[in-house]
Design a binder for this molecule. Structure first.
Ligand SMILES: [Zn+2]
Ligand SMILES: [Zn+2]
Length: 288
């Protein structure tokens, strides 16, 4: 075992310990808005101004990838109703990938705090908003006995260093809120992939090809189920597409995805808020 890997793992354990202490300290102090830090009325709540700054994505969207229908976007009728140009040209294996909010300053801050700041309590807040999207893909969640939430996995060394998979934390909370089952070990990531930033579509596809597979237990678990992939940020969708392909080949009856924040082309064009460097270590688990 390489020294760097052992050292990385020990550092991960220390950081995870610090996160636990911080979590304990958080419990002893008055609750604060996880985005801006002002004192709020209850745990896991955003203040009013941060809440108002969120752009909830509940307008018209592509029937396949749930990309919001933004002005100027290419949308045409397809098998899943109105579809965006990207899905018409190359349909993903998932049917519906709604995000709770658009990727903006508040959404970004929460995602980065959870992923890099070890504010694991934020997963619960994000899950509350994401669980509402289950209705978009599954209708009445209580009646959907086959529903199985599967987080996009991290590579094992990255998981060891960080101490947790942020998407698995979110999936766990979503399962508790909705009553759906979840499985953090059905999908396996074989490589810690490089950044997809600035890569063309073919290059992104090449990077994520062969990265994911089903575990033996996952192969049994997903058969005939409606699998909902869970991730923090949906950027290009290359990661979700790669995971969905594996699930489809493995015999899942239906595949959809729910993410915390969706990078909308408009947002990319009109602002500079998407900090690519912040997501480049493991694609975020997603990346462009
Ligand atoms: Zn705030
Ligand atoms: Zn689409």
């Amino acid at each position: 075992m390489a020294y760097a890997q052992i050292r990385g793992g020990l550092m991960g354990a220390v950081r995870w310990g610090r996160a636990g202490l911080r979590y304990a300290a958080d419990l002893a102090l008055p609750p604060r808005c996880p985005s801006c830090g002002v004192i709020v009325g209850g745990d896991r709540q955003l203040c009013l101004s941060c809440w108002q700054a969120l752009d909830f994505l509940d307008g018209p969207a592509c029937g396949r990838c749930s990309m919001p229908l933004v002005q100027g976007a290419q949308m045409m009728s397809g098998a899943d109703g109105v579809m965006c140009g990207a899905c018409l040209a190359d349909p993903p294996a998932f049917h519906g990938a709604p995000a709770a909010v658009a990727y903006g300053p508040v959404a970004r801050r929460l995602a980065l705090r959870l992923k890099y700041g070890r504010r694991v309590g934020d997963a619960q807040l994000m899950a509350q908003y994401m669980a509402r999207r289950l209705r978009d893909v599954a209708g009445d969640v209580g009646a959907e006995a086959s529903l199985l939430l599967i987080p996009v996995p991290l590579h094992r060394w990255r998981l060891w260093r960080r101490g947790y998979n942020q998407s698995a934390l979110i999936a766990q909370h979503m399962a508790r809120i909705s009553g759906a089952s979840w499985d953090a070990h059905a999908l396996v990531r074989h490589k810690a992939t490089p950044s997809l930033q600035g890569k063309r579509k073919r290059e992104r596809q090449a990077i994520v090809t062969g990265v994911f597979s089903l575990s033996d237990h996952g192969a049994r678990h997903i058969r005939g189920r409606h699998v909902v992939l869970i991730d923090d940020v949906h950027a290009s969708g290359a990661t979700l597409r790669a995971c969905a392909r594996i699930l489809q080949r493995g015999g899942a009856a239906k595949i959809s995805a729910i993410t915390w924040a969706r990078v909308v082309p408009d947002a990319i064009m009109t602002s500079n808020i998407f900090d690519f460097a912040a997501w480049d270590s493991d694609m975020g688990s997603e990346g462009l």
